[in-house]
Design a protein around this ligand. Structure first.
Ligand SMILES: [Zn+2]
Length: 321
């Protein structure tokens, strides 16, 4: 299975910045230690690809690293040349993973899922919307594309950018009382109350996503696999356990694999002061979505919930107990 990573996914921020930039490297390290994978570096996305979802003004401001301070504040970090390069590489990784998924069934990008980015500005740590760009380019090629957004925050930018497109559908399951305050309208939104746990989450996810997949019959799915619904997440407000998160990932995989739908997985959100632990959390999610076993080394260090599914087809019922 192909996995896309680039060392420049990590761009320097000022010391102490609350965005956990180094998680891209800790996730890579945790995943590399857990499984033998086919690693590749993505090429930067072409400017023409960025323009599929964004205005020329926004694309040129980012590429020149000349974003006005008021718009940088909406993103949450300054758009330096390194941050601009990271944004273009993240889009390149998602585009490459989507191509690889069409060939191989599933592929991973260890960045991306920048679902808050809007047509003419960034927001919420997102600069360019890789999901919307990939969805629109594949829709232009005649494919029906479904974006499955599992991040605890609503995929508002993706919904806005792709709204009304006949071959793009968007799904977002998120905490209703969380950023963004003003929600956009996805094709299907599942807004859960703060504090919702494994049982309520999984029941809502299965019912809504199975119905949507049956209706859309996508040729390609793009998964935003944020781990911020986890109960220990700093920005989440939901209460999924490690088992619940794994059951989520196994359920999404099963719904897609059972219908022969290829899918690319992007990293998405996840916030924890302990970035090594955060990297393991992301790596577990990626492994389960990829249908690969989760080795004990990825669970033991975190103490709780060590009984994660370890087979290629995890048992949903036992995980839900
Ligand atoms: Zn998030």
């Amino acid at each position: 299975m192909r996995v896309f990573f680039h060392p420049d996914y990590v761009a320097p921020l000022r010391p102490g910045h609350r965005f956990p930039m180094s998680k891209y490297e800790t996730t890579r390290a945790a995943l590399a230690a857990a499984a033998a994978l086919d690693w590749a570096e993505p090429a930067p996305a072409a400017e023409s690809a960025l323009l599929a979802a964004h205005t020329p003004g926004w694309v040129s401001a980012v590429l020149a690293a000349e974003v006005p301070p008021a718009l940088e504040r909406r993103i949450g970090f300054p758009v330096t040349p390194a941050v601009a390069r990271r944004a273009v590489l993240s889009v390149g990784g998602t585009l490459a993973a989507a191509e690889a998924a069409l060939a191989d069934g599933v592929a991973l990008n260890l960045a991306g899922g920048s679902h808050h980015a809007m047509p003419d500005h960034g927001a919420g740590y997102c600069v360019f919307n890789d999901l919307a760009i990939a969805a629109l380019l594949h829709a232009e090629a005649g494919r029906r594309v479904l974006v499955i957004d599992l991040d605890v925050h609503q995929g508002d930018g993706t919904a806005v950018i792709t709204a009304g497109h006949e071959r793009v559908a968007t799904f977002s399951i998120h905490c209703a009382r969380n950023f963004p305050v003003r929600k956009a309208r996805s094709t299907c939104d599942v807004g859960l109350p703060a504090g919702a746990g494994d049982g309520a989450y999984l029941a809502a996810l299965e019912a809504a996503l199975a119905r949507l997949i049956a209706g859309v019959r996508p040729d390609l799915a793009l998964v935003q696999a944020g781990v911020d619904p986890h109960r220990d997440d700093a920005l989440g407000h939901l209460s999924l356990s490690d088992r619940g998160l794994a059951a989520r990932d196994a359920l999404v995989r099963q719904l897609l694999v059972d219908r022969g739908i290829p899918f690319a997985v992007t990293l998405g959100g996840g916030y924890d002061r302990d970035v090594a632990r955060l990297g393991r959390r992301h790596a577990r999610t990626l492994l389960v979505l990829a249908g690969l076993p989760v080795p004990p080394s990825l669970t033991e260090a975190d103490g709780a919930d060590a009984d994660l599914p370890t087979g290629p087809r995890p048992g949903l019922l036992s995980a839900r107990a």
